[in-house]
Design a protein around this ligand. Structure first.
Ligand code: F6P
Length: 366
């Protein structure tokens, strides 16, 4: 198909996740092999677009990267062109500027006819003003949190859920041997998808997710009932965004230079120490943290990332812009990029997986 697009830029924004390189490979190889389109890699997400840091992506550059974790381009979850941190004032307060014009300059200098942006809700919202300025942009949904509105699945999630599951599996044997409660905190931001999937897959006894605030008394009763029973141990999969009824999420850190300054973390330790204090049962807490984000993608994510990358390139060639590729059931489709910007897809309270878990007596602490 003839196309006016001769040269495209591709960037990866937000936190990395398994499968980004598989998208880069699919985009670049399809562009070169089927359309003779040149591909330019933009380094470190929107920061590279603002600072005009790019490099060509050749066939050789993307060969052998299908199975690699992270992103060969580098990424950044702090640089938002609408609120770009350029230093601090005399009181130490961060100074932000609107750097959209800098992005447009790079697009012009690099002679880019279009952009593919791989990222989460933050990346899509950074891309939206470029679409408004007339840049052709297609988004590819990426996050281990699986919290992007508009798509049933983001690539990277299945691998992260798998890693969390394997870790929870390992906690089982040591929990059983010592008759302990093991609390395992997993990432996921404000959504409970990772804890829910990993908890069900590993047979966790309790799953705490942000969408269902927990009652610590109920969790303690549950742990006590299991400890006095024959199988005297409990595994609790705890989302980093989980919170007690009437309470707040636990914030590990604030990054004032980031457009999304809150970093969650610490609820697992709080739940663990409260269980130990109230019940006397020996309790330990493990925080999986960035372990679930690292490493190469499992087969399902390699396939999904390849499908997304191929589809994004074909959409650009077909003249589409301002759209994000999505998975709708088992089929690929696309939605308005703005639909996904700055929103989060949380676990609905009537989600079938919650019933599946409750049916085998998994507690949500409610
Ligand atoms: O959005 C991906 C994610 O890994 C979240 O699950 C987590 O809350 C956050 O990023 C951690 O961010 P950082 O890498 O800045 O610590």
């Amino acid at each position: 198909m003839p196309t006016r697009i001769k040269r495209i830029g591709v960037l990866t924004g937000g936190g990395d996740c398994p499968g980004i390189n598989a998208v880069l490979r699919a985009v670049t190889k399809t562009a070169i092999h089927q359309h003779e389109i040149e591909v330019v890699g933009i380094e470190d997400g929107f920061q590279g677009l603002i600072e005009n840091r790019t490099r060509p992506l050749t066939w050789a550059d993307v060969s052998g990267i299908l199975t690699l974790g992270g992103t060969i381009l580098g990424t950044n979850n702090r640089s938002n062109p609408l609120k770009y941190h350029v230093g601090d004032d005399e009181n130490g307060e961060p100074i932000f500027i609107n750097a959209i014009d800098k992005c447009l300059e790079t697009i012009e200098t690099q002679k880019l006819d279009a952009l593919i942006v791989i990222g989460g809700d933050g990346t899509m919202s950074c891309a939206a003003p470029l679409v408004e300025k007339g840049v052709d942009v297609i988004g590819v949904p990426k996050t281990i949190d699986n919290d992007l509105v508009g798509t049933d699945l983001t690539f990277g999630f299945t691998t992260a859920a798998n890693t969390a599951t394997l870790s929870l599996d390992r906690l089982h044997s040591t929990a059983a041997s010592h008759h302990r409660v093991m609390v395992c905190e997993v990432m996921g931001r404000n959504a409970g998808w990772l804890a829910l999937h990993a908890g069900i897959a590993s047979g966790a006894d309790a799953i705490l997710i942000p969408e269902i605030p927990f009652d610590i008394d109920k969790i303690c009763e549950f742990a006590e009932s299991r400890t006095t029973a024959r199988r005297g141990f409990s595994i609790i999969a705890c989302a980093e965004g989980a919170r007690p009824k009437g309470g707040e999420q636990v914030v590990a850190r604030h990054d004032p230079t980031s457009a999304d300054p809150v970093r969650l973390g610490g609820i697992g330790a709080q739940v663990g120490s409260q269980i130990m204090e109230r019940t006397g049962i020996e309790t330990r807490t493990t925080v999986l943290g960035h372990v679930v984000r690292g490493g190469g993608p499992i087969a399902a994510d390699r396939v999904l990332a390849s499908r997304f990358g191929f589809r994004a390139l074909k959409m650009l060639v077909g003249g589409a812009t301002g759209r994000m590729v999505v998975l709708d059931g088992v089929r690929l489709s696309d939605v308005d990029l703005l639909h996904a910007a700055n929103k989060q897809r949380l676990v609905p309270l009537d989600h079938p997986l919650i019933n599946v878990a409750r049916a085998v007596r998994t507690s949500f602490g409610d």
